[in-house]
Design a protein around this ligand. Structure first.
Ligand SMILES: NC(=O)C1=CN([C@@H]2O[C@H](COP(=O)(O)OP(=O)(O)OC[C@H]3O[C@@H](n4cnc5c(N)ncnc54)[C@H](OP(=O)(O)O)[C@@H]3O)[C@@H](O)[C@H]2O)C=CC1
Ligand SMILES: N[C@@H](CC=O)C(=O)O
Ligand code: NA
Length: 436
């Protein structure tokens, strides 16, 4: 039997235990897995799964150093103590399965280096796209392609919020509360709403796609807090939907760009049809072309499916490699190259100003006559060409003008906006949203 220790028995931990305890009709290797210990924060909390009390403990240190345990399944979330416990488990020769994108995006360097030295695996399929297989496909089935771009909807909570705001016009706070009740949101939902969770995930995908580590601070993150019902209505009128996109791409002229921002997506693009808690990841590479991976991006069962599949992959390797005992006792034994992390350098990053994008901008103006001309002149002076400019109505006594630009350099667009902000007739610029 392969013995596992699970850290965390919340949404994903519970889903994981449920799959492991109900193996019939699933992969036969599940029957060689035994839950040895489960670590939690509050021992007295009511649990959905009924585990023998001697299995459950608040002493997580004792789990990661338990000599009988082969695999540590980290499902607690957050940076600490998750990071230290994973490092300690690696030090004790244990393989890791984790759903924790926050700790991998920020400390993956340290964790993978330690794992490679110790000759153990760190598997993280659940960390991106929940139940959607995307980590292993990037490492294996798509591994021979030169990846040009990844465009993803990879945060279930924000996609659920934007979908409901679009379809039923509900209030942001109420819908977020529902996402929390459904188990989609992070313990601190700020990570979802401000695009930080998607930032963690796209940093991980970019690292796999481009074969170089990504410093988390180099990922530009903008969340959905500022998206208003007005912008959603304009998007609809202009034949778009608003999605929180995470994009990683090679940039002409060198470097890679990794970013997260709300985006106007044309309604006829497949990504526009991804709604609710569903995620989708569009991978573009040579010679394959485009592949879109789609499925539930959060939730207990979906995420646990990815967690248990990772456990299974390790069990499979352990069973074919009877030298597991050696791996524990003698570091630097060879790891399967398609399951382990094989790069250690950092990717060169491109600056945001060198990227090309189209923009939707909503202006509130004080004085209507001549404003459209002034806006056109300012944009033109900075090489920003306009696809459409319309004055659509009033918000109180302010005239509302909406501009959609052609694809322009972000740097030129920023310079034009700096000049426009100085115009007497511009009262405010409530929305600036990129267009796909
Ligand atoms: N929920 C989802 O849909 C998805 C989640 N993830 C990731 O999975 C991980 C777990 O998420 P989720 O299950 O939603 O989280 P929950 O908040 O539901 O569960 C966290 C669990 O970890 C335990 N825990 C947390 N901190 C400590 C600590 N300091 N000491 C001991 N135990 C601790 C909690 O114990 P107790 O129960 O006693 O409070 C709880 O059982 C996170 O990394 C998350 O980002 C990834 C994909 C989807
Ligand atoms: N909070 C995350 C959970 C899965 O990673 C999300 O909403 O996508
Ligand atoms: Na996944």
């Amino acid at each position: 039997m392969v013995k596992i220790g699970i850290l965390g028995l919340g949404t994903v931990g519970t889903g994981t235990v449920q799959i492991l305890r109900d193996p019939v009709g699933r992969h036969h290797l599940l029957q060689s897995i035994e839950i040895q210990r489960v670590g939690v924060r509050s021992i007295d909390k009511a649990r959905v799964v009924d585990l023998p009390s001697e299995l459950v403990t608040t002493d997580l240190d004792s789990i990661v150093s338990d000599p009988d345990i082969d695999i540590i399944v980290e499902l607690m979330g957050g940076i600490e103590p998750a990071r230290s416990l994973m490092l300690k488990a690696i030090e004790h020769g244990k393989h890791i399965v984790t759903a924790n994108k926050a700790v991998i995006a920020k400390f993956g360097d340290e964790i993978f280096t330690a794992a490679n030295q110790a000759g153990v695996y760190v598997m993280l399929e659940a960390a991106v796209g929940g139940g959607i297989p995307v980590i292993q496909p990037l490492k294996q089935s798509l591994g021979v392609n030169r990846i040009q771009r990844i465009t993803g909807i990879i945060n279930g909570t924000t996609n659920y919020i934007l979908t409901r705001m679009t379809v039923e016009g509900g209030e942001f706070a109420d819908i977020l509360a529902d996402a929390q009740k459904l188990g989609y949101a992070e313990a601190d939902p700020t990570a979802d709403v401000d695009g930080l969770d998607a930032g963690d995930k796209i940093a991980i995908l970019a690292s796999l796609a481009f074969g170089g580590r990504i410093k988390r601070d180099d990922v530009y993150c903008e969340g959905i807090r500022k998206i208003s019902a007005t912008d959603i209505a304009y998007a609809d009128k202009l034949n778009f939907v608003i999605k929180l996109l995470a994009i990683a791409e090679r940039v002409e002229g060198g470097g890679v760009s990794v970013r997260v921002h709300p985006t106007f997506v044309p309604k006829d693009r497949p990504l526009a049809t991804v709604n609710g808690v569903y995620n989708a990841i569009l991978v573009e590479g040579e010679p394959l072309g485009q592949v879109m991976l789609f499925g539930p991006g959060a939730g207990a069962g979906a995420t646990a499916s990815a967690v248990v599949s990772d456990i299974l992959a390790i069990v499979g390797v352990m069973q074919t490699n009877s030298s597991h005992e050696d791996a524990v006792n003698s570091p630097n034994t060879s790891l399967h190259p398609l399951l382990s992390c094989s790069h250690s350098h950092y990717s060169e990053m491109a600056t945001l100003s060198s990227l090309r994008s189209s923009f939707y901008v909503r202006f509130l103006c004080i004085d209507v006559p001549g404003v459209i001309g002034k806006l056109g002149t300012c944009f033109g002076a900075h090489n920003v060409s306009i696809e459409s400019i319309v004055q659509t109505g009033f918000q109180g006594d302010r005239a509302e003008i909406v501009v959609v630009t052609h694809e322009v350099y972000e740097g030129d667009f920023e310079s034009a906006l700096a000049e426009i902000r100085g115009l007497d007739s511009i009262a405010s610029i409530p929305s600036i949203i990129r267009v796909l």
